[in-house]
Design a protein around this ligand. Structure first.
Ligand SMILES: Cc1ncc(COP(=O)(O)O)c(C=O)c1O
Ligand SMILES: Nc1c(O)cccc1C(=O)C[C@H](N)C(=O)O
Length: 411
């Protein structure tokens, strides 16, 4: 169980005291400072802030390894990095044993590959379950796969409408369902699904799961092996902080490796790629999920993000995510609700990820005014201001000050 820090702050001094008591406060110094004119960064879950180590190590990589080793780098370790760093991220934050995680491609590509691999394991079934409020890329990939393979979608209501629960799933789960593909944390509402229970219910119906962990990795505790997840994907540029467009991760449980059949056959997923042979023969294990050349600077940035999470420890990171989001909810209740904002995220911290959304019809204008005032949130259509509080770089005073600015703007 995750312990939670008390978040109650009724004054700015209280918020400052929470920062003094925060065991993770020193991690803030690991990040490059906010740009001039920016006083609060609450967009941590679309793009995290850069670690200074990424700037330093990528410069060293370019000078020493790229310039120094040139093409020799591939045979001197770069080729193995997607699996090595996958294992590091898995140990730091995915609850997954080695040999099941790769860092490569984008979430969209990895979602496509894992979805097709899961479908290939249930060839006699015809349905994919997703929810209405799933991130657009996931909906579009599912819609294209359904079109291409002649399957159908069983829609759950969105997370805000109670869709991503075992009870809602029970309404659609039957022997036609091949795959249940949901987000662990919903991108708009921040709803945290009970991944263990949903995975177990899915398995009882004979189907497989593909979890999208984009918004939970680095903010929520994840136990892929213990939950017996089949496949999972996620990005590394939000709470992991590996930078815009950094490669995503992909998890495929070891028990499926002898029958992994992914749709994007590329040379790096083949056994002995440098033999340049005719015909595709998959590489053993998780390597067969590779397609083309991975971005090595990107994979190395993921390593830095994984390292800092491992050092802080996920229980402490999660405790701070809960404490920060509790403070946002408290301030939203006392300062924003009287101005007509409504909470658009779960009130129960056990069902909430690392961000809090508040809704008001003029959210777009509110977000524009916040940006103007140096507070960077996310606007999500049609009416949501999404406040991402990244546990390692964010402070309680930063949240207090940002919400104070928002109260003024909202008047
Ligand atoms: C749940 C979810 N899945 C996928 C993505 C995006 O995938 P990609 O990195 O391929 O653009 C995002 C955000 O961009 C997301 O929130
Ligand atoms: N991936 C992004 C991008 O390339 C540009 C702007 C935003 C993003 C995001 O990550 C959006 C994000 N997944 C969301 O939940 O809204």
């Amino acid at each position: 169980m995750t312990s939670t820090l008390p978040a109650t702050a009724t004054s700015r001094e209280d918020a400052a005291a929470l920062d003094v008591a925060d065991p993770l406060a020193h991690f803030r110094d690991r990040y490059l400072p906010l740009a001039p004119g920016v006083t609060a960064y609450l967009d941590g879950n679309s793009l995290g802030r850069p670690l200074a180590a990424i700037a330093e190590r990528s410069d060293a990589f370019i000078r020493e390894q790229w310039a120094g080793r040139l093409i020799r780098g591939w045979s001197e370790g770069w080729m193995e990095l997607p699996e090595q760093v996958g294992d590091e991220l898995a140990a730091a934050t995915l609850g997954a044993a080695a040999g099941q995680t790769l860092i490569a491609d984008s979430t969209t590509i990895n979602f496509y590959k894992t979805l097709r691999a899961a479908l290939a394991l249930r060839p006699d079934r015809t349905r994919i379950v997703i929810d209405r409020d799933h991130f657009p890329t996931n909906r579009f990939v599912v819609e294209s796969v359904v079109r291409d393979l002649g399957l159908e979608i069983a829609w759950l209501p969105g997370s805000v409408d109670g869709g991503v629960t075992v009870d809602a799933l029970a309404e659609v789960l039957d022997e036609r369902v091949a795959v249940v593909a949901l987000s662990h944390v919903a991108y708009r509402s921040g709803h945290l699904a009970d991944a263990a229970a949903i995975t177990a219910a899915t398995h009882r119906a004979g189907a497989l799961v593909v979890w999208d962990l984009c918004h939970s990795v680095g903010a929520c505790e994840i136990e892929l092996d213990a939950w017996e997840v089949d496949f999972a994907v996620g990005c590394t540029y939000k709470f992991v902080g590996a930078g815009p467009g950094a490669p995503a991760f992909l998890y495929a449980a070891a028990r499926h490796h002898d029958r992994l059949d992914q749709p994007l056959w590329g040379w790096l997923g083949r056994a002995d790629p440098f033999e340049m042979e005719q015909g595709y023969r998959p590489a053993p294990g998780i390597r067969s999920m590779m397609s083309g050349t991975p971005s090595i600077p990107g994979v190395l940035a993921v390593r830095e993000g994984a390292r800092v999470i491992a050092e802080a420890g996920m229980p402490a990171v999660r405790a701070k995510a809960v404490a920060l989001t509790e403070l946002v909810v408290e301030l939203a209740d006392s300062w924003l609700a009287p101005e007509g904002f409504t909470l658009a995220s779960p009130r129960d911290p056990a069902r909430r990820g690392g961000h809090v959304s508040v809704a008001r019809a003029d959210a777009r204008q509110v977000c524009a005014a916040l940006v103007e005032a140096g507070v960077l949130p996310d606007f999500r259509t049609p009416d949501v201001v999404r406040l991402g509080v990244s546990p390692l770089p964010a402070s309680f005073v930063e949240v207090w000050d940002a919400l104070a600015v928002m109260r003024e703007i909202g008047r």
